[in-house]
Each structure stands twice: as C-alpha cells, then as structure tokens.
Design a protein around this ligand. Structure first.
Ligand code: SF4
Ligand code: SF4
Length: 606
C-alpha cells in the first residue's frame, strides 16, 4: 500500500469532456510562505456565508465576545453557525455589503476588536475520534460552522451525512486548485499537510469510505510531495485508515477542480444530471475543509479563519495570508503593499469563476479564497460581442458536456423551459465556452441570468401553489364546520322529538285514567240515586233564578278599597316587571298585568 501511495502511476485516471489550458499565473503568489494578516480594528461577519438558511444571531449589540464564541447558531438542517474571529465588542448588527455576485447587502455582526485576541471557552477536543460515534463528529462539525471551502460553501455536516441508503465507497479530496492565480490551497497543503490528513481521517470515520483519493494538479509538485509525506507519517496516528489514503497527481487542465470533473478523473464515474456524488457512492471535500475539520475535532476550534491569496499585477506584493473571517479586503491589499499601476478590475475568486466587486471594504467570508487585482493588460476588453457563427467550439470546450450555443440562444430569447431542457443547471459556470468563443459572446452572463430568472419563476410557482393549497384547505375547513353544525342541529331536533313523544303518551294515559275514575264515580252516584227515593233530593232551582241570586249577592257585598301600601307594591312590581325591547332597540316599559288590576278583562273572560 505504501508503494501505491508513493507511486502515482498505480492510480488509473480518466478524462473529462472538454476543458481548456490557461496560463496559470500561480508563480505570482506561491513563492513566499503565508503570513498572518494583521487584525483589523473592525470585523464584519456576515450571518449567511453558506448555502441554506441564515444563522440565527445569539449576541446583542454592546456585548463583549471572545474569540471562537458563537455569534449565530444554525437555523434548520442546511445551515451553519458563525463564530467571533477575535475578541471585542459587538458594535452593530445590521445590513452591510458582502462579497456576493448580487451585490446585495446582508445582515452582519460588526465587532470592534480589542486587540487581545482572547479565546473563549471551546468544546473538548476529540483526539479519540476513531472511537467516536460518527453522529457526534458530524455534530461537532456542524457546531463549528464548517462549510465547503472550495467556494461552494455547502454545510459540510450535511454533505458528510449521505444517509444509510447511499453507502460511500470513495472519499475524494479536492486539492486540484485549477483556477489561474489562486494558490491558497497550494500553500495550505505545503504548510498544514498533517492537519489535512488528520481531517481526512475524521471524515473517513464519519462516512466509512473504503478509500480516499486526494487529487492535486501536477503544477503543485511541492504540495504533492508534502501531502504524500504526511500520509506516510500519519500511519502512527490513523493506523489502518492511513492505508486507505492515496495522493493522486492529475494533469493540469481547467476545470479539473470542478467536483464532477475531479470525480470523473479519479474514479471514472459520472455524477448524474441534477444528481449529487453520493448517488454514485462518492463524497467530495476540499483540502481547506479537511483542515477545518481537524481544527474543530482535534482542537475544538470553530471555523474563524482561512487562507486567502492576494494577487494580480495591480498589487505590490502578491502572497497568501491567514485571515480572520470578516477582515476587509482593503486591509489585505494594504498588507500586500497596496495597489500599483492601474487597477482595471477587483475580483473575489479567480478570473474564471470569481465575480467583480467595486468596493474593497467588503469582508472576507468562509468562501472567499482570493482577492485578485487585475491590470488592464491582465483583463483586456474583449470588445463588442459579435453574432454567433455556429462554430461549435463552445460545445467542444464544455466540461459538463452541454450545448452552450443552444443554451445561449434560448437564454437570450428568455425561453426558460427550453434552457432547462438543455440542462442549464448542470452548467458549472466555468467560462470555458466564453474563453474559446471567437465572437466574444459573454455566454456565462446569459446562463447566470437564465438561472436567476428560473429560480425566481420557481419561487413564484411555489408561492402560488402554496396559496392555492391554503385556499383549498380553508374551503375544506368551512365545509366541515357546516357539516358538523347541521349534524348537531339534527341531533338536537331528534332529541326534542323523542322527549315530546314520551310526554304526550304520559298525558294521554293520565286523561284516560281520569276519565275512567270519573265514569266510575258517576256509575256509583247513579247506583246510590237508584237506591234512595227522589223526594229527598233538594229542590233544584232554575238557571235564571241562580243568576238573579248571584247578582244580588254581588250588589250587597261591601266595596273593598285597596290599601295604599298594596297599590304602591303593585306599582313597584309593575316597574320591576321585565321589559321587552321595542323595534328601535330601546327598552319599552311593560306594566304588570294582573286580573285584580284589570277587573274589566276578568269580567269579559267570565
Ligand atoms: S463558440 Fe461562440 S460563435 Fe462559436 S458556436 Fe459557440 S457561441 Fe457561437
Ligand atoms: S460555462 Fe457552462 S456551458 Fe460554458 S463551458 Fe462551462 S459548464 Fe459548459
């Protein structure tokens, strides 16, 4: 196994489609060792330096923070925490410009540094990581805010968790650094090779891969040698895991450092369109990420600094720096002796996949690997784009095996369905097509535009689907409530009907019983009458006589005057009587009605 590590020819390599040879310009910055960048007076730390949900801030303005203290915790699964790169006081939490192609402002924690650079409390180191549960190691990586440091900034804990249905056979470590000018990974491999190998050991423990292939372009001979040495030296620390590591020298061809391209070169496998490497049993991580993993697991240190290349012929002394996240790019340029000559363009990243910035006060983020200051000679104006001549060179150069010319036509026509038919989202924006285009068409700009529009359309579609689902759910809820109301009403009616029927039966039974009793009584009386002589019965009076007698008794009866107290009581009772609302909503007084108070009514009823 040792022989195969030392002999790169034992590893078979594959070619990817297309690619271009570019002047690498790495000698500008890779000669000198890296230096620590001066600590700035103010650090601007963006809350979102990763793909996914922004981190949730956990500090307040005015609070003193220590180096390594968490400033913001991850929100959701695809997210990453953010830590203080140095000690100081939080002077603001506000929107600030950040290095992003959109040029938009984003929430940042601003720290006025105190110069003490004092560490806060860190989690326990895990030197026994070979015996640790992979889930605990992943959680340490998540809590340490580690993201892909090759530029993608995808949270590493998520990438290292492919799930049980996607067993990982190969861990690919990306040390290709294929883009011109950038040398920070080269310097990192030369200066921290042992830490990178330890970080790889941790990641092997997490994903359980059978082998690890570390791909480095052959224009970095020193880095290749140092990494091989570190792998051999790691046998004592990593044991059997070190035997699974192999440093592979690959040909220099842009963009061999693209994830899909490097996997193709090292394994011969193709990541499916719209797919991820885990689907073919591969996980790919950058050498910078491996180093950050070692810091987090073996030292408890979160990701608060990175290697950054400051280069281009418009800076006096191009070189590499170890930089606190949040340091303004202008401070690094100043540390490199400032600008010289004419500055044509300032870029974050490389000349192919980087993006232009107009303000050098923007802070360094976890993904920012290079500050490139180009002179007019290094960035000549390509002139006005000419019409496409359908030469097909763009398709020959495309490493993603796309049809850039067709993509261009449909993007230009804003036909977003068609660009997706041509696999727009497999485009890695490497710029190979634009470099070879004789018509100088800014092809990548068209693809970026089409992607942005497609995302916006997708967002709108999702929002309208969400609104439709909410409306349907509301309608269903109202229908259900109406059904329940009707069911309650029906039950109530049935209960009343059942109660009313039972009462009716009882009443009729009582009437029947009363009739029977009356009939029995009459029969008894008639039987008595039949037994006694009729002359003993009292003489019955004619009805007219009865009326006359009753009238006389009423006339003779003394008229009783109601006492004053009774009248007062009656009046009070009338006032206290319930009031019924009139049709204006006011309450109308209702006098109490008693037969004594209204004798004429009583007489009529009689
Ligand atoms: S390289 Fe340029 S000119 Fe040639 S086919 Fe492609 S887009 Fe057209
Ligand atoms: S930018 Fe996109 S279309 Fe052009 S060569 Fe690169 S991957 Fe192909």
């Amino acid at each position: 196994m040792l022989f195969s590590v030392l002999n790169p020819n034992r590893q078979r390599l594959w070619r990817f489609h297309g690619g271009v040879h570019l002047p690498d310009e790495k000698a500008l910055s890779n000669a000198a060792a890296s230096v620590r960048a001066p600590l700035p007076a103010q650090l601007v730390v963006p809350l979102q330096q990763h793909i996914g949900a922004p981190a949730d801030v956990v500090v307040k303005v005015g609070e003193r923070v220590l180096k390594g203290q968490m400033l913001a915790k991850p929100q959701g699964y695809v997210s990453a925490s953010v830590h203080a790169p140095s000690s100081g006081v939080v002077s603001a939490i506000e929107l600030r410009p950040i290095p992003h192609p959109s040029g938009l402002r984003a929430p940042c924690v601003v720290i006025d540094t105190d110069g003490a650079d004092a560490w806060g409390e860190l989690p326990e180191p895990m030197p026994d990581f070979q015996q640790r549960d992979p889930a605990a190691l992943r959680e340490r990586i998540r809590q340490s805010g580690i993201v892909g440091m090759g530029g993608a900034s995808f949270p590493s804990s998520v990438k290292l968790n492919p799930g049980p249905d996607q067993p990982i056979e190969t861990l690919v470590i990306n040390g290709a650094e294929c883009e011109p000018y950038i040398t920070c990974d080269d310097l990192l491999m030369r200066e921290r090779a042992a830490d990178i190998v330890d970080g790889i050991g941790v990641m092997l423990r997490i994903v359980g891969a059978k082998r690890c292939l570390i791909g480095i372009e052959d224009n970095k001979p020193k880095a290749i040698a140092d990494m091989r040495e570190a792998v051999v030296a790691a046998r004592g620390r990593l044991g059997e895991a070190a035997d699974r590591l192999r440093v592979v020298e690959i040909p220099t061809l842009y963009p061999s450092g693209g994830e899909k391209q490097l996997i193709r070169i090292l394994t011969g496998k193709e990541v499916p369109s719209h797919g991820i490497p885990a689907q073919i049993g591969v996980v790919c991580q950058n050498v910078g990420t491996a180093c950050a993993v070692a810091d987090a697991v073996l030292r408890g240190r979160p990701l608060i600094e990175r290697y950054v290349t400051v280069t281009g012929r418009a800076v006096a002394e191009p070189r590499n720096y170890r930089v606190c996240i949040g340091t303004p790019a202008a401070d690094l340029v100043a540390a490199s002796g400032g600008y010289v000559g004419e500055l044509e363009k300032l870029v974050v990243g490389g000349p192919m996949m980087g993006f232009r910035i107009d303000d050098d006060a923007l802070p360094i983020t976890k993904a920012a690997n290079c500050i490139l200051a180009l002179t007019p000679d290094e960035s000549p104006d390509p002139g006005e784009p000419q019409p496409c001549i359908r030469c097909g060179r763009c398709a020959e150069a495309c490493p993603a095996n796309l049809l850039p010319q067709q993509l261009y036509w449909h993007a230009r026509a804003k036909d977003l369905d068609k660009v997706q038919d041509y696999n727009l989202f497999d485009c890695i924006e490497c710029g190979c097509c634009a470099v070879v285009c004789p018509s100088h068409i800014p092809l990548v700009q068209y693809y970026r535009y089409a992607k942005t529009e497609s995302w916006a359309r997708e967002r709108e579609k999702r929002a309208s689907e969400h609104a439709r689902e909410r409306h349907a759910a509301r309608e269903a809820r109202l229908e259900r409530l109406e059904r329940e109301r009707k069911a309650r009403l029906r039950k109530k009616k049935e209960a009343v009907a059942a109660k009313g029927g039972a009462g009716q039966d009882a009443k009729q039974a009582a009437i029947k019983a009363a009739r029977e009793r009356a009939a029995q009584k009459r029969a008894g009386e008639q039987a008595d009458a039949g037994a006694k002589p009729t002359e003993e019965a009292p003489e019955s009076k004619a009805p007219a006589d009865k009326v006359r007698e009753a009238k006389a008794s009423v006339d003779k009866a003394p008229v009783r005057k109601a006492p004053v107290d009774e009248v007062a009581v009656d009046k009070t009772a009338a006032e206290k009587a319930p009031r019924a609302p009139n049709n204006t909503g006011a309450v109308a007084a209702q006098p109490a009605r008693s037969p004594q108070a209204r004798p004429e009514v009583r007489a009529e009823s009689q």
